[in-house]
Design a protein around this ligand. Structure first.
Ligand code: IPM
Ligand code: MG
Length: 370
């Protein structure tokens, strides 16, 4: 028997509901696999601001660091929207990413065959399914660059004083670019062996450095085909021919934007998991792609499946429990194919709509039958 320490950060909005469900699923995994999960719940985000006066208390980061993996619900909500940047709930996410060195963010956009009609794209574009992995750089670029706000003494061409002026700087080093590219190429080797490096190399110096490093890394992966694509074009091609993408590797900011777009193509953002990984042997962080959904928080209707699938990624990537991870994924598919739905993914008015706890029960039932 192995014991795994899991730091659980429920966070805000529907975060507590979906993480509670996921811990129930993990308890069922423990029960049938003989492993043990030791959960330590800690606070981050709005709830930490309210109770401890800061978005990411030191204790949270320490416990996350000492764990084998971190399971996060979601952070943020309108209540904290007017706080200054470093005091907003989102600062907790950035602090966790930087503090745990989580430089690689893997976001899957998969169209589940059972939910095909949820896609807002024309049926012929998605008939054969969609399966895109976005590998987003997570601890560099404009998110972590130098920023500032100052009074400008200059004027526009017509003499209007500029007033205040703000800047955010995008910086990338070769080493940072290389390690994220390698994560992307290695992932492609497990998939359909095609990578699209998305950038804005017609404008940005950082993007031109990405291309140079990519050519070099590509030489180590002769089986993988690589193309470069400007981000504006990529956002268009994702809608036009989503099936032509396998792995997209891109910077922090472009990955943030494209992963929402790719998620929407599947029509079921409530189903999409993510993993954030650092150096081998350090804890990864696992969270659903959807946010805190404050409008439905506390109602017991949130879809826990993205968090449950994030836990499946956790078993695979951080805990070495491939078989159990796969079983969770199968259990979720089985629940969908039996026609069970949460409110966000209902398509047919006759489908039974289950609440968070009920659908979690169905997942556990399906898991135990596998
Ligand atoms: C995400 C979110 C975050 C980001 C926000 C909440 C800071 O949009 O994880 O995609 O921009 O990275
Ligand atoms: Mg985002």
């Amino acid at each position: 028997m192995t014991s795994f320490r899991i730091a659980v950060i429920p966070g805000d909005g529907i975060g507590p509901e979906v993480t509670a469900s996921t811990c129930d699923v993990l308890r069922a995994v423990a029960g049938s696999s003989g492993h043990e999960f030791l959960f330590t719940e800690v606070k981050a985000g709005g709830i930490a601001i309210d109770t401890q006066g800061e978005p990411l208390p030191e204790e949270t980061l320490r416990i996350a660091r000492e764990s084998d993996a971190v399971l996060l619900g979601a952070v943020g909500g309108p209540k904290w929207d007017n706080l200054p940047g470093t005091m907003r709930p989102e600062a907790a996410l950035l602090g966790l990413r930087k503090g745990l060195g989580l430089y690689a963010n893997l976001r899957l956009a998969v169209l589940f065959p059972e939910l095909k009609s949820a896609s807002p794209l024309r049926p012929d574009l998605v008939a054969e399914g969609v399966d895109v992995l976005i590998v987003r750089e997570l601890t560099g670029g404009i998110y972590f660059g130098k920023r500032g706000l100052e009074k400008s003494d200059e004027c526009l061409e017509d003499g209007t004083p500029k007033g205040m002026e703000a800047f955010d700087i995008e910086t990338y080093s070769e080493a940072e670019i290389e390690r994220i590219l390698r994560v992307g190429f290695r992932s492609a080797m497990q998939r359909r062996k095609h990578v699209t490096v998305v950038d804005k190399a017609n404008i940005l110096e950082t993007s031109r450095l990405w291309r140079k490093v990519a050519e070099r890394v590509k030489a180590d992966y002769p089986e993988v085909t690589m193309e470069f694509m400007y981000v504006d074009n990529a956002s268009m091609q994702l809608l036009r021919r989503p099936r032509s993408f396998d792995v997209i590797i891109t910077s922090n900011m472009f990955g943030d934007i494209l992963s929402d777009e790719a998620g929407m193509i599947t029509g079921s953002i409530g189903m999409l998991p993510s993993a954030s990984l650092g150096a081998p042997g350090t804890p990864g962080m696992y969270e659903p792609v959807h946010g805190s959904a404050p409008d439905i928080a506390g109602k017991g209707i949130a879809n826990p499946m993205a968090t449950i699938l994030s836990a499946a990624m956790m078993l695979r990537y951080s805990l070495g429990l491939q078989e159990e991870g796969e079983k969770i994924e199968k259990a979720v598919r089985s629940v969908l194919s039996q026609g069970y739905r949460t409110a966000d993914i209902v398509q047919d008015p006759d489908e039974p709509v289950l609440g968070t706890e009920e659908i979690t029960g169905k997942v556990i039932e399906a898991y135990e039958k596998l």
